[in-house]
Design a protein around this ligand. Structure first.
Ligand code: GAL
Length: 714
């Protein structure tokens, strides 16, 4: 017997007196299993979000078997904390654990999942530290706890591991590794119990879909939410805002939403939530003027309440022991606190036509946020409130719109599990273009949306490259709160910036449908390549860092991760260009891929090199890709407004794309007022490709005007 195996068996016997318990699983929805370990906290992530599973949609996903060897999962409560262990296979890769900015591959990482601003390191502290991971083997695991969970994702080696590696002698053995092979994901939840969920596949995307649907399905923004958003400098008054909106129109730049930053409020940091009467003497007239121009108004706020706010006295007894910027921190797990905010927001903003919010600062910086010793009137721990504060505010503000049968679309700096259906996009101040794209890839593993917002730039090239990326994200936004930039701020690329913003507008029917698929099928509209079929390990081959032992005694082989290209919807592959890049490599998954702009064949199952020039962001379309577009307008079509469809088909394949349509603004779709129409491409008797659109159906929404087809690949 080999010595290592003997040791493993021996230790296995020694630890037998401390057996790890095998959790029991019950299937709580099709392809979703739950185990309750110990005594979970009464408050958890799913309770904070309070959104029921989309059960009918879950039943439509292909059936699945329990995807893990149940006997290899262990869960124990020891000294009041829950220890979890789940197995990993040799070539298995792990994705997820929230909105990470630098890494896609999470195997080998040690994290503490903690809501925070992103501080430049993937250590688990991020705007949405969602305790959900997805495996390349096609399953997902979610730990439903609002605690700071610690994760060792394939790093610990237990002495009783059945895969105990052979110990090596560092003196003589080149194969010695500072990070010996680990066969499990381990987690420590600081609570005497927890609910764990396992989501079946068979593909990784199926597990993601089940997770999203289990948490209610993704959000469906209003149509206007997918147009262009611009946030003005923080102290702009109403005349400056109106002038800025007019200038967009005069210059022919699209604009659907203008965001006001802190100066619209009479006081900010902490906030009053009421208008500043000097800068905005007649808020209702101002919003009406904007709406008259077809532009929505979004309001920035943070949730910390100033003593000058009309709701301060009511919220005071309902708030934390500690303050943030000397403002009180309402306990939004208390219905009365929520109702107080909802009433004020409704009266002051939503009733006069404000379209949504940017809810800032719910993530925190430790030095200004409430500390973990703070107490809250609900009796919940400060930690639990911190993990869910962003979610609670998304929930409360969504409710204001829900009560008016309206959709909203806004911004949040914090989120967590369970919030996929809330119409909020995460942003931050970190501003690395490259890492913003990695976050966009990772958002699809976490049930959250992310915008790589544009703010400023050192020159025209970077400005354009960032604009090109943000137009292929959940929110095409320029946030000029500090910089005062406009889309046309760099005259040398003004034409190209306008072109990309207008391309975004042309693609609205496609993006809107892809969001409907997020809502109805759980498919994230923007997602990492790892979720794309045909994007296999042979394209992402093993690479050694190749550093010398002297420079790096802990050299390890790393699997190359692809974090600079992503999928936008079913057919589009986006490969952003960064400042200083004239060309780049793009990995095209198996199958045939075509250039979006020309329809020319680009490759398939290979790495290609592209030199697109400054004007273009590289975009590729799958064989048989059907992309519904519309004429470029300066605003998204309004309620009931008909629009023409210009449908593009790529490649040679016959195919079908199902176009989604509804009124674009209300929640009537939740009651069945929507249509899915087949856009079908087939070959006629002469072998030529022809397109057909199926009818909307009796009494169903139909906003289509004329329809034209372009077969892009000749
Ligand atoms: C920051 C936020 C910015 C801007 C600013 C206003 O926290 O990330 O986008 O809103 O506050 O003070």
């Amino acid at each position: 017997m080999k010595k290592a195996v003997f040791i493993a068996i021996l230790f296995g016997c020694l630890t037998a007196s401390l057996p790890a318990s095998e959790p029991q699983w019950s299937e709580v929805a099709p392809g979703v299993w739950r185990s309750i370990v110990g005594q979970p906290d009464a408050y958890d992530l799913l309770k904070a979000a309070g959104v029921p599973p989309a059960r009918e949609a879950l039943a439509r996903v292909e059936p699945a078997q329990f995807p893990l060897p149940a006997g290899l999962i262990a869960a124990d409560v020891i000294n009041g904390e829950t220890h979890l262990r789940l197995p990993l296979d040799r070539n298995e890769q792990i994705y997820g654990f929230g909105l990470n900015f630098k890494t896609i591959h999470q195997r080998g990482r040690i994290l503490q999942l903690h809501v925070d601003h992103y501080g430049g390191k993937d250590d688990g502290r991020t705007h949405a530290p969602v305790p959900f991971y997805v495996s390349s083997r096609g399953y997902g695991v979610f730990v439903n706890s609002a605690r700071y969970i610690r994760v060792w994702s394939g790093t610990g080696v237990r002495k009783d591991s059945p895969n105990f590696p052979e110990p090596r002698d560092r003196n003589t053995d080149k194969g010695w590794s500072a990070r010996p092979y680990s066969d499990s994901v381990e987690m420590l939840v600081p609570a005497a119990g927890v609910e764990i969920y396992v989501f079946g596949g068979p593909k990784p995307l199926d597990a993601v879909r089940r997770y999203n649907l289990f948490t209610g399905g993704g959000c469906l923004p209003p149509r206007w939410g997918l147009g262009f958003s611009h946030r003005v400098p923080r102290l702009y008054d109403e005349n400056q805002v109106l002038a800025e909106a007019r200038e967009f129109a005069e210059r022919g730049f699209p604009l659907d939403v203008i965001g006001l930053e802190p100066g619209w409020q009479s006081r900010s940091y902490p906030c009053t939530f009421v208008w500043d009467k000097k800068r905005f003497p007649a808020p209702s007239d101002f919003v009406a003027k904007m709406t008259g121009m077809g532009i929505r108004v979004n309001l920035w706020t943070n949730p910390y309440v100033s003593p000058e706010s009309p709701v301060y006295e009511t919220l005071l007894p309902l708030s934390s022991s500690h303050t943030v910027w000397l403002g009180i921190v309402p306990d939004f797990t208390l219905p009365k606190a929520v109702q107080t905010l909802v009433n004020l927001f409704k009266r002051e903003h939503v009733d006069i036509g404000v379209s949504g919010y940017k809810i800032d600062e719910t993530d925190g910086y430790d030095h200004y946020l409430w500390p973990d010793v703070a107490t809250f009137p609900s009796g919940l721990a400060a930690e639990q409130i911190r993990q869910t504060y962003g979610v609670l505010l998304q929930k409360a503000t969504t409710r204001v719109y829900r009560e008016k049968n309206l959709r909203t679309y806004g911004l949040t700096r914090a989120s967590n599990a369970g919030a996929a259906s809330f119409p909020y996009v995460i942003y931050n101040d970190y501003y690395s273009h490259e890492d913003f794209i990695t976050a966009l890839c990772n958002s699809g593993f976490a049930g959250v949306l992310w915008t790589p917002e544009v703010r400023s730039s050192q020159g025209g090239e970077e400005w354009l490259r960032r604009m090109q990326s943000v137009c292929f994200s959940p929110m095409a936004m320029l946030n000029a709160w500090a910089s005062g930039t406009k889309p046309w701020s760099f005259p040398e690329v003004e034409r190209q910036v306008k072109e990309i913003a207008l391309l975004r507008m042309r693609l609205l029917p496609y993006f809107y449908t892809e969001f409907a698929r997020y809502r109805f099928d759980g498919i994230p509209p923007f997602r990492a390549m790892a979720l794309e079929e045909g994007f296999l390990a042979d394209e992402t081959r093993m690479e050694s860092k190749g550093a010398s032992l002297e420079q790096n005694p802990y050299e390890e082989a790393v699997l190359k991760e692809i974090k600079d290209q992503y999928m936008a919807g079913e057919f589009l592959l986006v490969a952003p260009m960064f400042k200083g890049q004239a060309s780049r490599q793009v990995i095209l998954p198996k199958g045939k891929w075509y250039d979006f702009y020309t329809g020319a064949f680009a490759g398939g199952g290979e790495v290609i090199s592209v030199t697109p020039g400054l004007d273009k962001i590289p975009l590729f379309v799958k064989d048989g890709g059907i992309i519904p577009t519309m004429p470029a307008g300066l605003r998204a079509p309004g309620r009931g407004q008909k629009f023409s469809l210009e449908i593009r088909h790529y490649g040679a394949k016959e195919s079908v794309y199902t176009l989604y349509d509804d009124d674009g603004e209300t929640l009537d779709y939740e009651r069945g007022t929507y249509s899915w129409r087949d856009l079908r491409v087939s070959r006629d008797a002469g072998g030529r490709l022809v397109g057909a659109v199926s009818p909307a159906g009796q009494g169903k929404p139909d906003n289509l005007g004329t329809v034209t087809w372009t077969f892009m690949t000749r």
